[in-house]
Structures are given as structure tokens and as C-alpha cells.
Design a protein around this ligand. Structure first.
Ligand code: 4NP
Length: 161
């Protein structure tokens, strides 16, 4: 954990919620001047969309707020991610259960719901927007912006900034 902190965002398909969290947190970290200190990535527990760019609706909603999802490509969670990331943050309880089942006994990082870092939001899960309408993508952005700020404050407070 010396030097760089690794943060991995995890959802189901890695085309809606976790790439949004990836791009939003990347921007928040860059604005804080910490881009070279935090390694950020995202993945999905499922492999349905491996290699695909993020969902066009997620990309459009994020672009309206100034975030660029276009360089991202979906990948599936790899158990080796437990060696690479200090924070592994799941978007919902189902994603978290998948990760908990694979957690090595010696993993010393934080495996948790992303929104657990931001109790003030009053929510536990980032709802899956895939089968819903535009509003769902705005809600994803609202939640990950709020939780990203809380995570950034934690990293700075922990002296990792
Ligand atoms: P995500 O959304 O987990 O936020 O990327 C989904 C994307 C695809 C599917 C489900 C959720 N799918 O069933 O293909």
C-alpha cells in the first residue's frame, strides 16, 4: 500500500454503474491533484459485456456532467484484483456477496459497498439502471458523485493523498 492506493469499483456488467464511478472518481481525484497517487479501475462480476464500451445512456448522462466514459472497456472481476486494490467497492449487495465469496483470508483492504463510505446519503446500494429509463442514470451519477467525495476525503484523511 505504499505510494499508490488502488480503488476498484465493481458492478454486474461493468457497462453502467462501475464505469460511471470510475470516471467520476477519476475526475474528483484529478481535481484534488492526486491523479498520480490513486490507481482507479472498474469491473463486473459477470462477463456478459467483456470488451464492450460503457452503455450509451451511461456515457451520454455522464458527458452532460463533464465526465468521459469513452476510453473504458468492460472486464470481469479477477481474483488477482485482491492483490492489486486497497479498496474494492461494490455497487449493490449482490455484487458484494459475489466478492465476499472469493475474498482471500489474508485480504487486508476494504471490501464493502461503495455507499457505505457515505452514510449521509442514506442509501446502501446504487440501483441497477440497465432496464430502466434516463432517470436511473442520473440517480447513479448523483450517488457516485456523493460517495466519491466521501471516499476522497477518507483517502486524504488517511494520509494517502
Ligand atoms: P451495470 O448494469 O451492472 O451497472 O453495468 C448492467 C449491465 C448489464 C446487465 C445488467 C446490469 N445485463 O444483464 O446485461
Amino acid at each position: 500500500m505504499s505510494g499508490e492506493t488502488g480503488v476498484l469499483f465493481v458492478c454486474l456488467g461493468n457497462i453502467c454503474r462501475s464505469p460511471t464511478a470510475d470516471a467520476v472518481f477519476r475526475e474528483q481525484v484529478a481535481r484534488a491533484g492526486l491523479a498520480d497517487r490513486v490507481h482507479i479501475d472498474s469491473c463486473g462480476t459477470a462477463g456478459y459485456h467483456v470488451g464492450e464500451p460503457p452503455d450509451a445512456r451511461a456515457t451520454a448522462a455522464a458527458a452532460r456532467r463533464g465526465y468521459d466514459l469513452s476510453p473504458l472497456r468492460a472486464r470481469q472481476f479477477d481474483p488477482a484484483d485482491f492483490k492489486r486494490f486497497d479498496y474494492i467497492l461494490a455497487m449493490d449487495e449482490s455484487n458484494l456477496a459475489h466478492l465476499e465469496a472469493r475474498r482471500p483470508a489474508d485480504y487486508r483492504g476494504r471490501l464493502d459497498l461503495f455507499l457505505a463510505l457515505a452514510p449521509a446519503l442514506g442509501r446502501r446500494e446504487v440501483p441497477d439502471p440497465y432496464y430502466g429509463g434516463e432517470r436511473g442514470f442520473e440517480e447513479v451519477l448523483d450517488l457516485v458523485e456523493g460517495a466519491g467525495e466521501a471516499l476522497l476525503a477518507e483517502l486524504i484523511g488517511a494520509g494517502r493523498g
